[in-house]
Design a protein around this ligand. Structure first.
Ligand SMILES: [Zn+2]
Length: 82
Protein backbone atom coordinates (compact mmCIF):
# COMPACT_ATOMS: atom_id res chain seq x y z
CA UNK A 1 0.00 0.00 0.00
CA UNK A 2 2.83 2.34 0.87
CA UNK A 3 4.56 1.41 -2.35
CA UNK A 4 1.45 2.36 -4.28
CA UNK A 5 1.36 5.73 -2.59
CA UNK A 6 5.02 6.25 -3.41
CA UNK A 7 4.39 5.30 -7.02
CA UNK A 8 1.55 7.80 -7.21
CA UNK A 9 3.79 10.49 -5.70
CA UNK A 10 6.61 9.83 -8.17
CA UNK A 11 4.16 9.76 -11.08
CA UNK A 12 2.66 13.13 -10.13
CA UNK A 13 6.16 14.55 -9.77
CA UNK A 14 7.08 13.29 -13.23
CA UNK A 15 3.96 14.84 -14.74
CA UNK A 16 4.77 18.13 -13.01
CA UNK A 17 8.35 18.04 -14.32
CA UNK A 18 7.14 17.16 -17.81
CA UNK A 19 4.68 20.07 -17.84
CA UNK A 20 7.41 22.43 -16.71
CA UNK A 21 9.74 21.28 -19.47
CA UNK A 22 6.95 21.57 -22.03
CA UNK A 23 6.09 25.09 -20.92
CA UNK A 24 9.69 26.29 -21.14
CA UNK A 25 10.01 24.62 -24.55
CA UNK A 26 6.83 26.29 -25.81
CA UNK A 27 8.01 29.64 -24.52
CA UNK A 28 11.31 29.21 -26.36
CA UNK A 29 9.52 28.22 -29.57
CA UNK A 30 6.99 31.05 -29.63
CA UNK A 31 9.12 33.75 -28.06
CA UNK A 32 10.95 34.65 -31.24
CA UNK A 33 14.22 34.88 -29.35
CA UNK A 34 13.86 38.51 -28.36
CA UNK A 35 14.41 38.39 -24.64
CA UNK A 36 15.44 42.02 -24.30
CA UNK A 37 12.99 44.25 -26.08
CA UNK A 38 14.28 47.82 -26.05
CA UNK A 39 11.81 50.09 -24.35
CA UNK A 40 10.60 52.81 -26.64
CA UNK A 41 11.64 55.63 -24.39
CA UNK A 42 10.29 58.87 -25.74
CA UNK A 43 12.81 61.62 -26.26
CA UNK A 44 12.45 64.56 -23.90
CA UNK A 45 12.89 68.07 -25.22
CA UNK A 46 13.45 71.32 -23.39
CA UNK A 47 11.14 74.23 -23.82
CA UNK A 48 13.63 77.13 -23.93
CA UNK A 49 10.93 79.60 -22.89
CA UNK A 50 9.61 78.13 -19.66
CA UNK A 51 12.48 75.66 -19.23
CA UNK A 52 10.32 72.60 -18.79
CA UNK A 53 10.96 69.19 -20.23
CA UNK A 54 8.26 67.45 -22.17
CA UNK A 55 7.98 64.43 -24.46
CA UNK A 56 8.86 65.22 -28.06
CA UNK A 57 5.56 63.81 -29.25
CA UNK A 58 3.65 66.45 -27.29
CA UNK A 59 6.00 69.32 -28.06
CA UNK A 60 5.36 72.01 -30.68
CA UNK A 61 8.33 72.40 -33.05
CA UNK A 62 9.02 76.02 -33.97
CA UNK A 63 12.19 77.54 -35.40
CA UNK A 64 14.42 74.63 -34.46
CA UNK A 65 13.13 74.52 -30.87
CA UNK A 66 10.42 72.61 -29.10
CA UNK A 67 7.81 74.29 -27.00
CA UNK A 68 5.15 73.13 -24.57
CA UNK A 69 2.57 75.50 -26.00
CA UNK A 70 1.94 78.03 -28.74
CA UNK A 71 2.26 80.78 -26.16
CA UNK A 72 5.81 79.79 -25.27
CA UNK A 73 6.72 79.51 -28.94
CA UNK A 74 5.31 82.96 -29.68
CA UNK A 75 7.06 84.63 -26.75
CA UNK A 76 10.39 82.94 -27.38
CA UNK A 77 10.41 83.53 -31.14
CA UNK A 78 9.35 87.16 -30.81
CA UNK A 79 12.18 87.65 -28.34
CA UNK A 80 14.68 85.92 -30.60
CA UNK A 81 13.61 87.85 -33.71
CA UNK A 82 13.75 91.20 -32.01
ZN1 LIG B 1 6.61 76.35 -22.22
Amino acid sequence: MLLRLLFFFVLSYLIFAFVRVMLSWLRRQGGGGSRERPEKAEEMVLDPQCRSYLPKGEAIPRGGHYFCSEECAKIYLSKGAG
